[in-house]
Design a protein around this ligand. Structure first.
Ligand code: ATP
Length: 356
């Protein structure tokens, strides 16, 4: 069993910069966790602390119940896959995969059997005698995966392993990596700034912002009930729309007087309170009554499967994006009447950003 526990983890770099502010995560055996967040939020720092490549200045990391703070990377029973693959250019695919095992003085037969088994799983068997420069990007990425697999570690650590691939291959490899992880059942921690990758691959996401874990939850939990405005804006594409509103008689009243019923979902919000009201682009419905939301259209994007309509709503002309399914015959300058179901309205405290 390889659970990974991060308890009150902090990182202060030697220059005094505090990159991680007390993070707690309990990762179950076999679980796939994605660390996701914008550039500079501390994802790589946290991963590197688990790997042992960066010192831990506060708190403790445990793997399978054993604290690893003082252990060298090689003694932590982890394998890491990097963004740049870190392959040795002068070595064959076989030797790239075997390198770590040879270093540990493993018996030749055992090395051979592990490398061939991994090569079969990864469909690299015909390429074992090639060198990295004779491989495509996707094949190189698989060799990097193979090198991690042959070590049969308790934990895989991935640092943006797909970000050097083109968009199509990335989607393909995303599915392959996920299938492989399921098949092997190895506990995994995966860093990405790509929220689609995080949503599709992970059992649970850790959404990070400025060295803090803003929310930890399944992709659906994080999408349906974002804990903060930051998480709401980061998860979902295009981003959630936000409008200023006041709570009056169980309704959210926008600055132009448009009223959106909340159907009791505003518990804990006081009468007269100003809130930040969030609506996802896909949660608007065309229609609604003449007193409802109006979108003055600026731009229409036809994506084939659906249509993105960009425009302005409300007295303060808040920028708003609406996603409608299929082809829509709409043009800039027109007005679109919209409705939104009460269960799809999200309320946040405008000051703290916390969900209300
Ligand atoms: P990206 O997606 O851009 O790789 P990230 O979320 O992985 O970003 P980190 O690389 O973990 O971010 O960096 C977190 C913060 O720590 C950043 O503000 C960065 O500038 C800072 N940082 C990273 N390494 C050091 C260092 N050696 N000394 C001081 N500050 C550092």
């Amino acid at each position: 069993m390889a659970e990974v526990t991060l308890k009150s983890i902090e990182k202060t770099y030697p220059n005094g910069f505090k990159a991680i502010h007390g993070i707690d995560i309990d990762i179950d055996d076999g679980e796939f966790i994605a660390l996701v967040g914008p550039s500079g939020c501390g994802k790589s720092t946290l991963l590197r602390m688990v790997a042992g490549l960066e010192s831990i200045t506060g708190g403790a990391v445990s793997i399978s119940g054993r604290e690893v703070n003082g252990l060298e990377p090689a003694d932590r029973d982890i394998a890491m896959v990097f963004q740049n693959y870190a392959l040795y250019p002068h070595m064959t695919v076989f030797n790239n995969m075997a390198y770590g095992l040879k270093n540990r003085r493993m018996a030749k037969d055992e090395i051979d059997s592990r490398v061939r088994k991994a090569a079969d799983i990864l469909e690299l068997a015909p390429l074992l005698e090639r060198r990295p420069q004779q491989l495509s990007g996707g094949q190189r990425q698989r060799v990097a995966m193979g090198r991690a697999i042959v070590r049969e570690p308790s934990v895989f650590l991935f640092d943006e392993p797909l970000s050097n691939l083109d968009a199509k291959l990335r989607v393909q490899m995303r599915v392959e990596v996920k299938k492989l992880q399921r098949q092997l059942g190895t506990t995994s921690l995966y860093v990405t700034h790509d929220q689609v990758e995080a949503m599709t691959m992970a059992d649970r996401l850790v959404v990070m912002n400025a060295g803090v874990a803003e929310q930890i939850g399944t992709p659906i939990e994080v999408y349906d009930r974002p804990a903060t405005k930051f998480v709401a804006a980061f998860i979902g594409s295009p981003s959630m729309n936000f409008m200023e509103a006041r709570i009056e008689g169980g309704e959210a009243v926008l600055d132009d007087g448009v009223k959106l019923p909340l159907n009791g979902s505003a518990q804990g919000v006081s009468e007269g309170q100003t809130v930040s009201l969030g609506i996802r682009p896909e949660h608007f419905e065309p229609g609604g009554d003449a007193h409802g939301l109006e979108l003055k259209i600026d731009l229409v994007e036809h994506l084939g499967a659906d249509t993105l309509v960009h425009g302005h709503t409300g007295g303060k002309n808040a920028l708003t994006t609406v996603r409608l399914s299929g082809h829509q015959h709409l043009a800039p300058g027109e007005t679109l009447h919209l409705a939104a179901a009460p269960e799809n309205l999200h309320l946040f405290d405008p000051e703290s950003g916390k969900r209300l």
